[in-house]
Write a protein that binds this ligand. Structure first.
Ligand SMILES: Cc1ncc(C[n+]2csc(CCOP(=O)(O)OP(=O)(O)O)c2C)c(N)n1
Ligand SMILES: [Mg+2]
Length: 374
């Protein structure tokens, strides 16, 4: 980006764009109502998909790890509404809901969990490593914080080319203590990159609470260290998350990075195999009470936007799509082992060994027969 273009974009919008406070125009309330109902549909789709995925795991259909978005549906939905198709998303291993709301067919997401050829990453990535350039989902990372430097680099590329695109990079609360977090935020602020870093604060990094792991548990405050605008939002309310995400994205689109902390809850264990014994019965009960899918349903009924019959219909639709995703995934073929290395690198790499399981690491050196003295 030229200096002129940089200056122009940096000054074209204030640091934080506030939502419009003007009174609603006629018809606007109806649009807002439909938007909320759509949020609910999307939350329910993630809920039923994740429950189906958990069942798939117990049926030994999912290989490797499997981390679910259960309890985080409002956060996922609110965040994804703020992105344009041309924006990029980097996330961590807790990614199924994000992939679906980026527009990837749930069937392809489930097929990836089951390690099948029709999966998002052709069956070679699994739950943690979905990648889809068409939908601008650039992963899916199993290494805590691994996505941050890459997302920052993508934002630099956008800035360099003066494109009207932004990057959103989500992570967990535990990730805010990784070195790459500080390095990435520092560079993004120094170079004023178009990126929104999102901390999904579900209070736990595996079994360790934020209070035990972070000297400053109000994680959004870390933006101050990098002179980066930041905000904390209630992640159990999709409307609030959507509004906060829109402000953050508008800031990034004006050429300034933003740090958004979304405070949410993880309904179950860290991954599907974690019984979460470190939580007390009271904590578990409280988390269930705050379940965003249930509380949002009750609110939409109270606001007259949905009735019990409509709730049931939305649930049935979501359940049907989750079941169809499962059936599609189960019917899809396993990838052929000969394709194991086909998608490791985007371009050929000279010393890429492409050694298949069981094959020797190097070609055996010719055997030298020692001369025997006679
Ligand atoms: C560099 C690295 N260290 C440790 C791990 C093991 N690990 C996997 S997830 C996790 C906790 C991360 O917690 P958080 O960032 O809050 O994300 P959440 O799982 O809550 O979404 C850890 C320590 C890892 N995958 N990578
Ligand atoms: Mg966490």
């Amino acid at each position: 980006m030229t200096d002129t273009a940089r200056t122009k974009r940096k000054t074209s919008a204030p640091n934080v764009v506030k939502p419009p406070a003007a009174p609603k125009a006629p018809g606007e309330a109806a649009v807002e109502g439909e938007r909320k109902v759509q949020y609910y549909r999307d939350m329910m789709l993630i809920r039923r998909f994740e429950e189906r995925a958990a069942r798939g795991y117990t049926q030994a259909l999912v290989g490797g790890y499997c981390h679910l978005n259960l309890g985080e549906e409002a956060a996922v939905v609110g965040l994804m509404t703020a992105l344009r198709e041309t924006d990029y998303l980097f996330t961590n291993y807790r990614e199924h809901g994000y992939a679906i709301l980026r527009g990837i067919d749930p069937k392809r997401v489930m097929a990836e969990l089951y390690g099948r050829v029709d999966g998002v990453s052709k069956g070679w990535g699994g739950s943690m490593h979905m990648f889809d350039l068409t939908h601008r989902l650039l992963g899916g990372y199993g290494i805590v914080g691994g996505q941050l430097p890459l997302a920052t680099g993508a934002a630099l590329a956008i800035d360099y080319r003066s494109l009207d695109e932004i990057v959103m990079c989500t992570m967990g609360d535990g990730t805010a203590n990784i070195g790459a977090f500080h390095e990435s935020l520092n560079i993004a602020a120094l170079w004023q990159l178009p990126i929104v870093y999102v901390i999904i604060n579900n209070h736990l990094g595996m079994g360790t609470t934020v209070d035990k792991a972070s000297a400053e548990p109000e994680l959004y405050k870390r933006g101050a260290s990098y002179k980066m605008a930041s905000e904390r939002v209630n992640g159990l309310d999709p409307v609030l998350v959507a509004e906060a995400a829109a402000r953050a994205v508008a800031t990034a689109r004006s050429g300034k990075p933003f740090l958004l902390e979304v405070v949410t809850e993880r309904l179950r264990g860290h991954s599907v195999v974690d019984p979460a014994k470190y939580r007390t019965a009271e904590e578990t009960a409280l988390v269930k009470e705050r379940d965003p899918v249930h509380t949002f349903a009750a609110r939409l009924v109270a606001e007259g936007l949905l009735d019990e019959a409509a709730l049931t219909q939305i649930d049935e639709q979501a359940t049907k799509r989750a079941n169809e995703a499962h059936a599609f995934a189960e019917a899809s073929a396993m990838p052929d082992v000969s394709t194991l290395f086909d998608y490791t690198y985007a371009t050929p790499v000279a010393n890429d060994s492409r050694r298949l399981p069981g094959e020797p690491l190097f070609e055996a050196a010719p055997r030298v027969t020692p001369e025997v003295a006679t």
